[in-house]
Design a protein around this ligand. Structure first.
Ligand code: AMP
Length: 284
């Protein structure tokens, strides 16, 4: 993979990387299209990264559908390389004996980081390795995983990787549910109620547009909406500043806020978010 990338670089091409864990859907394909529009050599990596799963999480049963993924990428077209390494390929001493980690402090403390200890360390470590092997100029990530995007952008800048991160808007089903490989775990009843994540986020956005500046009132509004779905069990529902990912006491007109939530349906954990610019009174 590295010699292929080096060769493309020597030929003066601009390289894009789209990291994925496979089980590809339209959300992933949106990243591929974005990459294609910004670069002239596109690599898609497919790797279910063991170090970002915690004990009791779904590493073993995570869907692995390589043949279908390759077919989806052939159909969408414009993909120059698919990099699907083995665990030993990315963890030469094995994942259990891995000694070298990349960690981003602060930004990983809250939101998903609070409930998935070690998750972002696994993500930053594997993405740093993918950058080292695939040698991209740009890398595309989904804003569906907003905290992951902000954490990785900070890592890419602070490690002086020279890789520019592009955040791609979330692709949704017609009823608002964000596409996710984990949606396949939902029962029909859970699937029917799952659009409540998007409804809660839209309620938050509407409240902010109406001029609500108290985070607690907006969170309360989201919890009310979530309570209309009896199978939904909130893990967190938060409003944080997009720079620091820290909770804010009061929304400040002109700044951006991230409304984010993680909701369990049975054993399945779904996340979603929206980024809202807080209007000044004169905007309304
Ligand atoms: P995953 O395979 O779940 O690790 O996701 C790989 C990449 O696809 C990540 O950058 C995700 O943020 C992105 N992604 C996943 N779902 C969506 C979606 N519905 N819309 C846009 N990007 C997505």
């Amino acid at each position: 993979m590295r010699s292929l990338a080096e060769e493309a670089r020597r030929a003066g091409r601009r390289l894009a990387l789209v990291p994925t864990m496979g089980a590809l859907h339209e959300g992933h394909l949106a990243l591929v299209r974005e990459a294609r529009s910004r670069a002239d050599h596109v690599t898609v990596s497919i790797f279910v990264n063991p170090t970002q799963f915690g004990p009791g999480e779904d590493y073993e049963r995570y869907p692995r559908t390589l043949e279908a993924d390759l077919e989806a990428l052939r159909r969408v077209g414009g993909v120059d390389a698919v990099f699907a390494p083995t665990v030993e390929g990315l963890y030469p001493y094995g994942e259990a004996a891995n000694a070298t980690w990349v960690t981003v402090e602060g930004l990983t403390d809250g939101l998903c980081g609070r409930y998935r200890p070690g998750h972002f360390r696994g993500v930053t470590t594997v993405v740093a390795r993918l950058f080292n092997v695939c040698r991209p100029h740009i890398a595309c990530f989904g804003l569906k995983d907003a905290q992951q995007f902000f954490v990785l952008r900070r890592m890419a800048r602070e490690l002086l990787t020279g890789v520019e991160l592009i955040g791609v808007p979330t692709v949704r089903e017609a009823d608002g549910l964000a596409l996710s490989s984990r949606n396949a775990y939902l029962s029909p009843e859970e699937r029917a109620q799952a659009p409540v994540l998007w409804k809660a986020l839209q309620a938050a956005e509407a409240a902010i547009q109406r001029g609500e500046l108290r985070p607690a009132a907006i969170v309360e509004r989201m919890l009310q909406m979530l309570a209309t779905a009896p199978l939904a069990r909130p893990q967190y529902v938060e409003l944080v500043d997009t720079e620091t990912l820290q909770p804010v006491d009061r929304l400040e007109p002109g700044r951006e806020v991230l409304a984010a939530l993680a909701i369990y349906f049975g054993q399945t954990r779904l996340i979603d978010n929206v980024i809202v610019r807080i209007p000044s009174p004169t905007d309304r």
